[in-house]
Design a protein around this ligand. Structure first.
Ligand SMILES: Cc1ncc(COP(=O)(O)O)c(C=O)c1O
Length: 418
Protein backbone atom coordinates (compact mmCIF):
# COMPACT_ATOMS: atom_id res chain seq x y z
CA UNK A 1 0.00 0.00 0.00
CA UNK A 2 1.37 3.42 -0.91
CA UNK A 3 0.85 5.78 1.98
CA UNK A 4 0.43 9.53 1.82
CA UNK A 5 2.41 11.74 4.21
CA UNK A 6 -0.69 11.70 6.41
CA UNK A 7 -0.82 7.91 6.10
CA UNK A 8 2.84 7.56 6.97
CA UNK A 9 2.46 9.69 10.08
CA UNK A 10 -0.85 8.33 11.34
CA UNK A 11 -1.04 4.79 10.03
CA UNK A 12 2.59 3.99 10.80
CA UNK A 13 4.38 3.21 14.02
CA UNK A 14 4.46 6.25 16.28
CA UNK A 15 5.80 6.12 19.82
CA UNK A 16 2.37 6.15 21.42
CA UNK A 17 0.97 3.51 19.07
CA UNK A 18 3.89 1.20 19.81
CA UNK A 19 3.52 1.68 23.53
CA UNK A 20 -0.24 1.06 23.44
CA UNK A 21 0.31 -2.05 21.27
CA UNK A 22 2.89 -3.32 23.70
CA UNK A 23 0.65 -2.74 26.72
CA UNK A 24 -2.28 -4.37 24.90
CA UNK A 25 -0.37 -7.47 23.81
CA UNK A 26 1.20 -7.88 27.26
CA UNK A 27 -2.31 -7.94 28.73
CA UNK A 28 -3.54 -10.41 26.11
CA UNK A 29 -0.60 -12.74 26.71
CA UNK A 30 -1.01 -12.62 30.45
CA UNK A 31 -4.49 -11.71 31.70
CA UNK A 32 -3.13 -11.90 35.26
CA UNK A 33 -0.92 -8.86 34.60
CA UNK A 34 -1.14 -6.17 37.25
CA UNK A 35 -2.24 -3.30 35.07
CA UNK A 36 -0.99 -0.01 36.46
CA UNK A 37 -0.35 1.43 33.03
CA UNK A 38 -3.49 2.87 31.51
CA UNK A 39 -5.80 5.76 32.20
CA UNK A 40 -8.86 3.71 33.09
CA UNK A 41 -10.81 5.27 35.94
CA UNK A 42 -11.51 3.30 39.12
CA UNK A 43 -14.89 1.67 39.69
CA UNK A 44 -17.19 3.70 41.90
CA UNK A 45 -20.43 1.81 42.71
CA UNK A 46 -22.32 5.01 43.55
CA UNK A 47 -21.66 6.53 40.14
CA UNK A 48 -22.28 3.28 38.33
CA UNK A 49 -25.69 3.09 40.05
CA UNK A 50 -26.61 6.61 38.95
CA UNK A 51 -25.71 5.88 35.32
CA UNK A 52 -27.50 2.54 35.39
CA UNK A 53 -30.72 4.09 36.69
CA UNK A 54 -30.54 6.79 34.08
CA UNK A 55 -30.02 4.27 31.30
CA UNK A 56 -32.93 2.15 32.51
CA UNK A 57 -35.20 5.18 32.54
CA UNK A 58 -34.20 6.04 28.96
CA UNK A 59 -34.74 2.48 27.79
CA UNK A 60 -38.20 2.40 29.36
CA UNK A 61 -39.32 5.45 27.37
CA UNK A 62 -39.71 4.91 23.59
CA UNK A 63 -39.21 8.60 22.74
CA UNK A 64 -36.00 8.90 24.74
CA UNK A 65 -34.82 5.57 23.41
CA UNK A 66 -35.33 6.77 19.87
CA UNK A 67 -33.39 9.97 20.44
CA UNK A 68 -30.59 7.93 21.98
CA UNK A 69 -30.24 5.47 19.09
CA UNK A 70 -32.20 6.63 16.12
CA UNK A 71 -31.06 10.15 15.22
CA UNK A 72 -27.89 11.91 14.13
CA UNK A 73 -27.08 14.42 16.81
CA UNK A 74 -25.84 17.84 15.65
CA UNK A 75 -22.04 18.07 15.30
CA UNK A 76 -21.97 20.74 18.03
CA UNK A 77 -23.85 18.39 20.35
CA UNK A 78 -27.31 18.21 21.86
CA UNK A 79 -28.60 21.74 22.46
CA UNK A 80 -30.29 20.93 25.76
CA UNK A 81 -27.10 19.36 27.10
CA UNK A 82 -25.03 22.34 26.01
CA UNK A 83 -27.54 24.67 27.68
CA UNK A 84 -27.34 22.68 30.89
CA UNK A 85 -23.55 22.68 30.91
CA UNK A 86 -23.42 26.41 30.16
CA UNK A 87 -26.07 27.11 32.82
CA UNK A 88 -24.19 25.04 35.37
CA UNK A 89 -20.85 26.77 34.70
CA UNK A 90 -22.46 30.20 34.70
CA UNK A 91 -24.31 29.61 37.92
CA UNK A 92 -21.32 28.04 39.72
CA UNK A 93 -18.55 30.36 38.60
CA UNK A 94 -20.24 33.39 37.05
CA UNK A 95 -18.63 32.68 33.67
CA UNK A 96 -20.25 34.64 30.91
CA UNK A 97 -21.31 31.91 28.53
CA UNK A 98 -24.25 30.26 26.83
CA UNK A 99 -24.81 27.10 24.80
CA UNK A 100 -22.99 28.85 21.92
CA UNK A 101 -19.79 28.57 23.94
CA UNK A 102 -20.08 24.80 24.27
CA UNK A 103 -19.29 22.04 21.80
CA UNK A 104 -19.52 18.31 22.44
CA UNK A 105 -17.00 15.91 20.93
CA UNK A 106 -16.60 12.17 20.70
CA UNK A 107 -14.12 12.04 23.57
CA UNK A 108 -11.79 14.88 24.50
CA UNK A 109 -8.93 13.14 22.68
CA UNK A 110 -10.55 13.84 19.31
CA UNK A 111 -11.32 17.40 20.43
CA UNK A 112 -7.59 17.94 21.03
CA UNK A 113 -6.75 16.58 17.60
CA UNK A 114 -9.08 19.07 15.95
CA UNK A 115 -8.18 22.02 18.18
CA UNK A 116 -4.43 21.54 17.94
CA UNK A 117 -4.42 21.17 14.17
CA UNK A 118 -6.83 24.06 13.77
CA UNK A 119 -4.35 26.35 15.50
CA UNK A 120 -0.87 24.97 14.78
CA UNK A 121 1.06 23.47 11.88
CA UNK A 122 1.44 25.04 8.43
CA UNK A 123 0.10 28.61 8.31
CA UNK A 124 -1.32 30.34 5.22
CA UNK A 125 1.70 32.69 5.07
CA UNK A 126 4.13 29.79 4.71
CA UNK A 127 5.34 29.86 8.33
CA UNK A 128 4.55 27.14 10.81
CA UNK A 129 3.31 27.24 14.36
CA UNK A 130 3.62 24.91 17.35
CA UNK A 131 1.64 24.16 20.48
CA UNK A 132 3.68 25.04 23.55
CA UNK A 133 3.48 22.91 26.69
CA UNK A 134 4.58 25.17 29.56
CA UNK A 135 5.06 22.32 32.01
CA UNK A 136 6.69 19.15 30.71
CA UNK A 137 6.11 16.26 31.34
CA UNK A 138 2.64 16.32 29.79
CA UNK A 139 -0.07 13.95 28.59
CA UNK A 140 1.31 11.27 26.27
CA UNK A 141 -1.87 11.45 24.16
CA UNK A 142 -0.77 14.82 22.74
CA UNK A 143 2.37 13.30 21.22
CA UNK A 144 1.88 12.56 17.53
CA UNK A 145 -1.44 14.44 17.40
CA UNK A 146 -0.01 17.04 15.02
CA UNK A 147 -0.38 16.75 11.26
CA UNK A 148 3.11 18.16 10.77
CA UNK A 149 6.53 17.64 12.34
CA UNK A 150 7.86 19.72 15.26
CA UNK A 151 4.30 20.30 16.33
CA UNK A 152 5.00 20.67 20.06
CA UNK A 153 7.64 22.34 22.13
CA UNK A 154 7.86 22.46 25.89
CA UNK A 155 9.48 24.23 28.81
CA UNK A 156 11.54 22.20 31.24
CA UNK A 157 10.06 22.57 34.74
CA UNK A 158 11.87 23.70 37.86
CA UNK A 159 11.97 21.06 40.59
CA UNK A 160 11.20 21.72 44.23
CA UNK A 161 12.38 18.98 46.58
CA UNK A 162 10.03 18.51 49.52
CA UNK A 163 10.18 16.40 52.69
CA UNK A 164 9.45 12.69 52.88
CA UNK A 165 10.62 11.85 49.34
CA UNK A 166 8.12 14.25 47.77
CA UNK A 167 8.90 16.73 45.00
CA UNK A 168 6.94 19.15 42.88
CA UNK A 169 7.36 20.60 39.40
CA UNK A 170 6.70 24.27 38.82
CA UNK A 171 6.37 26.23 35.59
CA UNK A 172 9.75 27.88 35.06
CA UNK A 173 8.54 31.29 33.94
CA UNK A 174 12.13 32.49 33.53
CA UNK A 175 12.47 29.99 30.65
CA UNK A 176 8.94 30.22 29.26
CA UNK A 177 9.27 32.46 26.25
CA UNK A 178 6.61 31.75 23.64
CA UNK A 179 7.67 33.27 20.33
CA UNK A 180 6.00 34.25 17.07
CA UNK A 181 5.77 30.56 16.20
CA UNK A 182 3.67 29.69 19.26
CA UNK A 183 0.05 28.92 18.37
CA UNK A 184 -1.32 28.22 21.86
CA UNK A 185 -0.29 27.20 25.35
CA UNK A 186 -1.68 23.91 26.61
CA UNK A 187 -1.65 22.40 30.11
CA UNK A 188 -3.47 19.52 31.70
CA UNK A 189 -4.72 20.44 35.17
CA UNK A 190 -4.34 18.13 37.14
CA UNK A 191 -1.44 17.02 35.00
CA UNK A 192 -1.30 13.58 33.53
CA UNK A 193 1.25 11.99 34.29
CA UNK A 194 2.46 13.77 37.43
CA UNK A 195 -0.64 14.55 39.47
CA UNK A 196 0.56 18.15 39.67
CA UNK A 197 -2.08 20.87 39.92
CA UNK A 198 -1.00 24.22 38.54
CA UNK A 199 -1.61 26.85 41.19
CA UNK A 200 -4.12 29.63 40.57
CA UNK A 201 -1.15 32.03 40.30
CA UNK A 202 0.53 29.88 37.67
CA UNK A 203 -2.70 29.75 35.68
CA UNK A 204 -3.18 33.52 35.98
CA UNK A 205 0.38 34.05 34.79
CA UNK A 206 -0.08 31.70 31.81
CA UNK A 207 -3.35 33.47 31.00
CA UNK A 208 -1.53 36.80 30.99
CA UNK A 209 1.26 35.51 28.72
CA UNK A 210 -1.29 34.01 26.31
CA UNK A 211 -3.27 37.25 26.15
CA UNK A 212 -0.14 39.31 25.58
CA UNK A 213 0.80 37.09 22.66
CA UNK A 214 -2.79 36.95 21.37
CA UNK A 215 -2.92 33.16 21.53
CA UNK A 216 -5.33 30.87 23.42
CA UNK A 217 -4.58 29.09 26.67
CA UNK A 218 -5.91 25.53 26.42
CA UNK A 219 -6.67 23.86 29.75
CA UNK A 220 -7.20 20.12 29.66
CA UNK A 221 -9.55 19.39 32.54
CA UNK A 222 -9.89 15.63 31.94
CA UNK A 223 -9.30 15.06 35.68
CA UNK A 224 -10.08 18.50 36.86
CA UNK A 225 -12.31 21.36 37.53
CA UNK A 226 -15.20 21.50 37.88
CA UNK A 227 -15.73 17.80 37.12
CA UNK A 228 -14.66 15.02 37.69
CA UNK A 229 -12.85 17.05 40.37
CA UNK A 230 -10.03 14.60 41.06
CA UNK A 231 -8.08 17.18 43.06
CA UNK A 232 -6.65 16.91 46.54
CA UNK A 233 -5.59 20.51 46.82
CA UNK A 234 -7.35 23.87 46.70
CA UNK A 235 -7.57 25.31 43.19
CA UNK A 236 -10.08 27.44 41.33
CA UNK A 237 -11.58 26.60 37.96
CA UNK A 238 -10.42 28.99 35.26
CA UNK A 239 -12.12 30.19 32.09
CA UNK A 240 -12.40 33.39 30.13
CA UNK A 241 -12.81 34.22 26.46
CA UNK A 242 -9.12 33.56 25.80
CA UNK A 243 -9.26 30.14 27.45
CA UNK A 244 -10.28 26.89 25.81
CA UNK A 245 -11.35 24.55 28.59
CA UNK A 246 -11.64 20.94 27.47
CA UNK A 247 -13.62 18.66 29.76
CA UNK A 248 -14.55 14.99 29.60
CA UNK A 249 -17.03 12.55 31.12
CA UNK A 250 -14.46 9.73 30.96
CA UNK A 251 -12.95 9.93 34.42
CA UNK A 252 -16.39 10.01 36.02
CA UNK A 253 -16.49 6.37 34.98
CA UNK A 254 -17.70 6.75 31.39
CA UNK A 255 -14.61 6.35 29.18
CA UNK A 256 -16.57 3.96 26.95
CA UNK A 257 -19.20 6.51 25.97
CA UNK A 258 -16.63 8.94 24.49
CA UNK A 259 -17.86 12.38 25.51
CA UNK A 260 -15.68 15.47 25.51
CA UNK A 261 -16.84 19.03 26.10
CA UNK A 262 -15.15 22.13 24.69
CA UNK A 263 -15.81 25.46 26.43
CA UNK A 264 -14.53 28.41 24.42
CA UNK A 265 -15.47 31.74 22.91
CA UNK A 266 -18.07 31.49 20.14
CA UNK A 267 -15.65 32.01 17.27
CA UNK A 268 -13.55 29.03 18.42
CA UNK A 269 -16.61 26.85 19.07
CA UNK A 270 -17.96 27.59 15.58
CA UNK A 271 -14.63 26.74 13.94
CA UNK A 272 -14.34 23.61 16.04
CA UNK A 273 -17.87 22.53 15.13
CA UNK A 274 -17.22 22.93 11.41
CA UNK A 275 -14.11 20.76 11.66
CA UNK A 276 -15.92 18.25 13.86
CA UNK A 277 -18.66 17.93 11.23
CA UNK A 278 -16.09 16.83 8.68
CA UNK A 279 -14.32 14.46 11.05
CA UNK A 280 -17.26 12.99 12.98
CA UNK A 281 -20.48 14.11 11.23
CA UNK A 282 -22.35 13.96 14.51
CA UNK A 283 -21.78 13.64 18.24
CA UNK A 284 -22.59 10.56 20.26
CA UNK A 285 -25.84 10.77 22.18
CA UNK A 286 -25.17 8.43 25.09
CA UNK A 287 -22.89 10.60 27.25
CA UNK A 288 -25.17 13.65 27.14
CA UNK A 289 -28.24 11.47 27.77
CA UNK A 290 -26.66 9.87 30.85
CA UNK A 291 -25.21 13.04 32.30
CA UNK A 292 -27.81 15.68 31.44
CA UNK A 293 -29.79 15.42 34.64
CA UNK A 294 -26.63 15.69 36.75
CA UNK A 295 -25.89 19.14 35.41
CA UNK A 296 -29.47 20.29 35.48
CA UNK A 297 -29.87 19.41 39.14
CA UNK A 298 -26.32 20.32 40.14
CA UNK A 299 -25.95 16.75 41.45
CA UNK A 300 -22.65 16.51 39.59
CA UNK A 301 -21.15 18.64 42.39
CA UNK A 302 -22.24 16.41 45.25
CA UNK A 303 -21.41 13.20 43.40
CA UNK A 304 -17.86 14.30 42.67
CA UNK A 305 -17.36 15.85 46.11
CA UNK A 306 -18.76 12.90 48.06
CA UNK A 307 -17.48 9.97 46.01
CA UNK A 308 -14.99 10.75 43.25
CA UNK A 309 -12.59 13.06 45.09
CA UNK A 310 -12.41 11.00 48.32
CA UNK A 311 -11.96 7.74 46.41
CA UNK A 312 -8.85 8.93 44.59
CA UNK A 313 -7.52 10.92 47.54
CA UNK A 314 -7.52 7.82 49.73
CA UNK A 315 -6.03 5.73 46.97
CA UNK A 316 -3.20 8.19 46.41
CA UNK A 317 -2.36 8.48 50.12
CA UNK A 318 -2.38 4.72 50.48
CA UNK A 319 -0.20 4.17 47.41
CA UNK A 320 2.37 6.73 48.59
CA UNK A 321 2.47 5.12 52.04
CA UNK A 322 3.09 1.71 50.45
CA UNK A 323 5.88 3.11 48.28
CA UNK A 324 7.48 4.73 51.36
CA UNK A 325 7.40 1.41 53.15
CA UNK A 326 8.72 -0.53 50.18
CA UNK A 327 11.42 1.82 48.88
CA UNK A 328 12.74 3.04 52.22
CA UNK A 329 15.94 5.06 51.90
CA UNK A 330 16.62 4.54 48.22
CA UNK A 331 17.16 7.81 46.32
CA UNK A 332 13.56 7.95 45.07
CA UNK A 333 11.01 10.75 44.89
CA UNK A 334 7.32 10.88 44.18
CA UNK A 335 5.59 13.92 42.75
CA UNK A 336 3.31 15.41 45.39
CA UNK A 337 -0.04 13.84 44.50
CA UNK A 338 -2.38 16.79 44.06
CA UNK A 339 -4.84 15.17 41.66
CA UNK A 340 -5.49 12.76 38.76
CA UNK A 341 -5.13 9.01 39.16
CA UNK A 342 -1.38 8.41 38.93
CA UNK A 343 1.80 8.56 40.91
CA UNK A 344 4.87 9.91 39.14
CA UNK A 345 8.00 8.33 40.56
CA UNK A 346 11.49 9.65 40.02
CA UNK A 347 14.44 7.35 40.69
CA UNK A 348 17.39 9.67 40.95
CA UNK A 349 20.53 8.28 39.27
CA UNK A 350 18.81 4.99 38.39
CA UNK A 351 21.46 2.88 36.60
CA UNK A 352 18.92 1.62 34.02
CA UNK A 353 16.53 3.60 31.81
CA UNK A 354 12.82 3.82 32.56
CA UNK A 355 12.25 1.79 29.38
CA UNK A 356 14.44 -1.03 30.75
CA UNK A 357 12.61 -0.83 34.08
CA UNK A 358 9.30 -1.08 32.19
CA UNK A 359 10.55 -4.22 30.38
CA UNK A 360 11.75 -5.83 33.60
CA UNK A 361 8.44 -5.08 35.33
CA UNK A 362 6.51 -6.45 32.39
CA UNK A 363 8.44 -9.71 32.77
CA UNK A 364 7.43 -9.70 36.45
CA UNK A 365 3.77 -9.23 35.53
CA UNK A 366 3.37 -5.52 36.29
CA UNK A 367 2.58 -2.90 33.67
CA UNK A 368 3.52 0.73 34.22
CA UNK A 369 4.32 3.46 31.68
CA UNK A 370 7.97 4.47 31.23
CA UNK A 371 8.34 8.19 31.83
CA UNK A 372 10.34 9.31 28.81
CA UNK A 373 7.18 9.10 26.69
CA UNK A 374 5.64 12.03 28.52
CA UNK A 375 8.27 14.62 27.70
CA UNK A 376 6.33 15.65 24.62
CA UNK A 377 8.01 18.47 22.70
CA UNK A 378 11.33 18.19 24.60
CA UNK A 379 14.35 17.27 22.60
CA UNK A 380 17.29 17.77 24.96
CA UNK A 381 19.22 15.03 26.75
CA UNK A 382 18.03 15.79 30.27
CA UNK A 383 18.75 12.62 32.24
CA UNK A 384 15.66 13.10 34.40
CA UNK A 385 13.58 12.01 31.40
CA UNK A 386 14.94 8.48 31.72
CA UNK A 387 14.46 8.26 35.48
CA UNK A 388 10.69 8.47 35.91
CA UNK A 389 7.73 6.13 35.63
CA UNK A 390 3.96 6.63 35.83
CA UNK A 391 1.92 4.28 37.98
CA UNK A 392 -1.88 4.24 38.10
CA UNK A 393 -3.52 3.60 41.48
CA UNK A 394 -7.07 3.31 40.14
CA UNK A 395 -7.30 -0.48 40.44
CA UNK A 396 -8.45 -2.26 43.62
CA UNK A 397 -6.18 -1.76 46.64
CA UNK A 398 -4.91 -5.33 46.85
CA UNK A 399 -3.73 -5.27 43.25
CA UNK A 400 -2.09 -1.87 43.70
CA UNK A 401 -0.30 -3.08 46.81
CA UNK A 402 1.07 -6.18 45.06
CA UNK A 403 2.18 -4.08 42.09
CA UNK A 404 3.99 -1.62 44.33
CA UNK A 405 5.85 -4.46 46.08
CA UNK A 406 7.13 -5.79 42.75
CA UNK A 407 8.07 -2.32 41.46
CA UNK A 408 10.07 -1.72 44.65
CA UNK A 409 11.92 -5.05 44.29
CA UNK A 410 12.92 -4.29 40.71
CA UNK A 411 14.01 -0.75 41.54
CA UNK A 412 16.11 -2.01 44.44
CA UNK A 413 17.72 -4.59 42.14
CA UNK A 414 18.51 -1.92 39.57
CA UNK A 415 20.13 0.35 42.17
CA UNK A 416 22.22 -2.61 43.33
CA UNK A 417 23.56 -2.87 39.79
CA UNK A 418 21.74 -6.07 38.88
C1 LIG B 1 -4.92 14.48 30.40
C2 LIG B 1 -5.86 13.77 29.48
N1 LIG B 1 -6.47 14.47 28.54
C3 LIG B 1 -7.34 13.89 27.68
C4 LIG B 1 -7.61 12.55 27.75
C5 LIG B 1 -8.55 11.94 26.76
O1 LIG B 1 -9.71 11.49 27.39
P1 LIG B 1 -11.08 11.16 26.64
O2 LIG B 1 -10.80 11.14 25.15
O3 LIG B 1 -11.50 9.84 27.17
O4 LIG B 1 -12.03 12.27 26.98
C6 LIG B 1 -6.99 11.76 28.73
C7 LIG B 1 -7.25 10.30 28.80
O5 LIG B 1 -6.70 9.57 29.58
C8 LIG B 1 -6.09 12.39 29.61
O6 LIG B 1 -5.45 11.70 30.56
Amino acid sequence: MKLSLFGQKFAGKSGIVELMDDLGSALNENPEMIFMGGGNPGRLPELEAVFQQRLEAIMADPAQRHSLFGIYQSPQGDREFRKQIAGFLKQQFGWNLSEHNIAVSNGSQSAFFVLFNMLAGAMPDGTSRAIHLPLAPEYIGYADAGLSEHFFNATRPSIELLDDHLFKYHVDFSQLKPGEETAALCVSRPTNPTGNVLTDDEVAHLDEIARERGIPLIIDGAYGLPFPNILFTEASPHWNDNTVLVLSLSKLGLPGVRTGIVVAREEIVRAFTNANTIVSLACGTLGPALARALFDSGEIRTLTRDYVTPFYRERSLQAVAWFREALGDLPWHVHKPEGAIFLWLWFDGLPISSQELYQRLKRRGVLIVPGHNFFVGMHDDWRHRQECIRVSYARDSETVRRGIGIIAEEVQRAYEGN
